[in-house]
Design a protein. Structure first.
Length: 391
């Protein structure tokens, strides 16, 4: 039984011999953007049959994909792409019944320069099928559908996780190169936030500092990018800047030793040691007792000698000092409610995307990846806030 037998009586979609045939899907076309998001369009049932072309050898150099839709209760050819989904034609000599099958909304969405829902779903369905073909290499997959190609772009400058690294065999499928969004019909004019997962890369040490890591442009794929999720910007997003401060002490003996060491190291001057000795010798008895008690405490590890014997302590010179910068915390909360089966699957994939990229990965060891001697760092996320409106 085909997916639509019960409703449309269309049966199983055509699958010519030797073709790579996708599953059946339903996608809305002709949706109109509005102030509250895109309005509902016309749902059409579609499937594809892809035939590959080969070069002088056995390598795959191109493909033709025919898009079939259910019209008048039967599967009919509606469009064909010969460049991996970049452009579509709606008539072809091989398919004389194709003329006039595609409606105006389908023609517009397949011809859109901005990737429409049906373009994405067609590519995703073909990708799902060719991923199950072990004989098709990644390069050949890019010759079958254009969206499977490595389209990495030049990175922006800055300090982030965009540096080039040597790729290693992963232990999980992170959905590399796949872009996901919620909701599926998000308006082109709505402000969004994007999360791009990047393979972790360490910094190289150069002299007394570390090398910078270039940023990755918005929407870049391939290379270190493991995919991007686009979501509406939520209200209440905030961050905070902070610095680490803490108390610190330095008693007179420590101050004298530090001063002497600074003069010796910075200028080769040994006068600081003799000056400290003279100050002890010419000081009052109380001063000498205090320095002596501090020296004994430092040498023996016994604390609070003066406090126990004379009821006083050496001035600790307690002060609040800057210690380090603090990491900025970010908190995001998104509520996603599926309105159809496709959107439910999209939500599941988005949740899985974040969970997998946040988890440590299997490392290697003397016995290779299977030794599990080490754990590799989780992937990192680069966040972009995008204003896509006209104002």
């Amino acid at each position: 039984m085909g997916l639509f037998d019960w409703a449309k009586g269309a049966g199983t979609p055509p699958c010519p011999a030797g073709s790579i045939c996708s599953g059946q899907s339903k996608t809305e076309v002709g949706k109109k953007p509005g102030a509250m998001g895109s309005s509902s369009g016309t749902g059409i049932y579609h499937a594809t049959a892809t035939t590959v072309t080969q070069g002088s050898g056995t390598e795959i150099t191109g493909s033709e994909s025919v898009v079939y839709i259910v019209k008048n209760g039967t599967w009919q050819p509606a469009a064909i792409t010969k460049d991996g989904g970049q452009t579509y034609q709606f008539s072809d000599p091989k398919y004389p019944l194709m003329d006039g099958v595609a409606g105006a909304d389908l023609v517009k969405d397949l011809g859109s320069s901005k990737r429409s829902d049906i373009q994405k779903n067609i590519d995703a369905n073909i990708q799902k099928k060719i991923d199950k073909e072990p004989t098709i290499s990644p390069e050949e997959k890019g010759n079958i559908i254009s969206s499977a190609k490595n389209t990495s772009t030049q990175p922006e400058s800055g300090d982030s996780q965009g540096a080039d690294v040597t790729e290693t065999t992963g232990t999980r499928d992170f959905g590399s190169g796949r872009d996901m969004q919620y909701p599926q019909n998000i308006s082109d004019g709505q402000d969004v936030i994007t999360f791009t997962a990047l393979t972790y890369a360490s910094k190289n040490i150069t002299g007394f500092s570390f090398d910078d890591r270039p940023r990755v442009k918005t929407g870049a794929t391939g290379g270190r990018s493991k995919g991007t999720v686009t979501l509406p910007i939520q209200s209440g997003i905030k961050d905070s800047n902070a610095a680490g401060w803490g108390e610190d002490t330095m008693n007179p003996l420590e101050a004298a030793l530090a001063n002497s060491a600074l003069k010796l190291v910075m200028a080769g001057d040994t006068s600081g040691i003799s000056d400290a000795a003279k100050q002890v010798q010419t000081g009052t008895k109380e001063f000498q007792d205090g320095i002596g008690a501090a020296a004994v405490s430092s040498a023996t590890g016994v604390k609070n000698i003066l406090s126990r014997t004379q009821g006083k302590v050496v001035n600790p010179n307690l002060e609040l000092l800057f210690q380090k910068p603090s990491l900025r915390p970010f908190s995001f909360t998104f509520r996603m409610s599926a309105r159809n089966a496709n959107e439910a699957q999209s939500i599941i994939k988005i949740i899985r995307f974040f969970k997998q990229n946040m988890a440590p990965q299997k490392g290697g060891g003397s016995g290779g990846e299977s030794a599990n001697l080490f754990l590799k760092a989780p992937n990192t996320f680069q966040v972009h806030y995008l204003h896509r409106g006209n104002e």
